[in-house]
Design a protein around this ligand. Structure first.
Ligand SMILES: *Cc1c(COP(=O)(O)O)cnc(C)c1O
Length: 381
């Protein structure tokens, strides 16, 4: 049997084991420890000049971030519709209402025009949002020049969900650093992983200190357990941080690997009728977290479902792109501004295996399954 090819497998090729064993030789295995400090410094260095707090997931980072921006029950928060549910779930945790915005076709991220027209209409009703959550989906930076201009005009803070875009950049500025707050995720299949983990990014030291406190059960800095507000247990542990430090040391190679995978797919398949890949717009650098292939079934002669099954028959894992949140039952009843762009991308697209350690022969196996489908559908015309 052929080896299975996974969608996005982690790679541990650096100091992971060494650093874990160093932590285990100390009593400091939970939150608070040298590796947590060192990992936070390495992350801050990555998004320089901003600063970073390590948390136990990207989801908790978004939750804390929205809380720090003052989101309260009954408030409104704008979020890109085309994203993973974790971008918007924390809005609901806080009792606030998500308002979803469509994508634009070039980056698949929040459409600045749809955002502008939403804000005009919400303003008239006195329903301006407390925050705007922008996502860099699959590693592609959003259109920050336009989006940040619009947000600034209304004085609304931006939270950048960079869970998928660590190491990407736009006009040489790193993703994660565009909003008033930024979020990374270190879940199992992200660019770097700590098994589970996340981070909150900001310029505002006071805000970050508050997030550190809230993430540690809102414990006051006194020698007994004193609490003046309700907190969370959201800090990153020292073992996770040790893995994270080793991972971030290898981030260049991981991104180079994923970009190599993307380029091989694009070169081999990009010229075929009805098949397209997402180009980087001028100024954008994508980490190519996951390579997405878009199939126009009337031109290609097959659709994304057919392709997923053919890949599966060949022991190759692929996955549909995120289903837009305004189409999810869990978010029924919330407002949506835009058209059918995100919905059409969802109907036509698939994520291909994108692990950085994928061998050229393995990429070729994926390519040949797709070429076979193209050939078969041609012979039917
Ligand atoms: C993975 C992901 C998250 C959530 O991060 P976790 O660390 O899994 O909680 C949030 N937003 C996006 C876009 C993601 O891909």
């Amino acid at each position: 049997m052929l080896n299975p090819i996974l969608l996005s497998a982690p790679s541990f090729e650096g100091n992971e084991e060494l650093y874990i064993s160093k932590v285990l030789a100390t009593p400091y295995i939970a939150a608070g420890g040298d590796f947590l400090n060192e990992f936070e410094l390495a992350l801050a260095n990555h998004v320089h000049p901003k600063k970073v707090v390590g948390l136990n997931s990207g989801t908790s980072a978004i939750h804390l971030g929205l809380k720090l921006l003052g989101v309260q029950p009954g408030d409104h928060v704008i979020c890109q519709s085309f994203t993973f549910c974790a971008s918007a779930n924390p809005i609901v945790y806080l009792g606030a209402n998500p308002i979803f915005i469509d994508s634009e076709p070039q980056t698949w991220n929040m459409c600045p025009d749809a955002l502008q027209s939403a804000l005009i209409q919400l303003d008239k009703k006195g329903e301006l949002p407390k925050a705007i959550i922008v996502v860099d989906l699959f590693g592609m930076p959003a259109k920050y020049d336009e989006i940040l201009d619009i947000a600034r005009n209304y004085g609304i803070p931006v939270l950048e969900d960079a869970a998928e875009s660590m190491g990407s950049s736009y006009k040489n500025q790193p993703c994660g650093s565009f909003g008033d707050l930024g979020v990374f995720s270190f879940n199992g299949n992200k660019i770097i992983t700590t098994g589970g983990g996340g981070a909150l990014i900001s310029n505002d030291m006071e805000l970050l200190n508050r997030s550190r406190k809230l993430a540690s059960q809102a414990r006051e800095e006194v020698h007994y357990f004193e609490h003046t507000e309700i907190g969370y247990n959201y800090r990153l542990g020292n073992i996770q941080a040790a893995i994270g430090k080793a991972q971030i040391e290898g981030i260049k190679e991981k991104i180079a690997g994923r970009r190599h995978v993307f380029l091989r797919y694009q070169k081999a398949l990009g010229g075929l009728s009805g098949i397209s890949f997402l180009d980087e717009p001028e100024g954008a650098f994508s980490n190519r977290w996951l390579t997405t292939i878009r199939i126009n079934p009337s031109l290609a002669g097959f659709d994304k479902d057919r392709l997923r099954l053919s890949l599966q028959e060949n022991h190759i894992e692929s996955r549909f792109v995120w289903k837009p949140l305004h189409l999810q039952k869990s978010f029924q009843g919330f407002k949506y501004f835009g058209g059918e762009i995100a919905a059409n991308i969802f109907d036509q697209s698939l994520c291909l295996p994108s692990s950085p350690q994928l061998q050229d022969e393995e990429i070729e196996r994926v390519v040949s399954v797709i070429r076979n489908l193209v050939d078969k559908s041609k012979s039917h015309v």
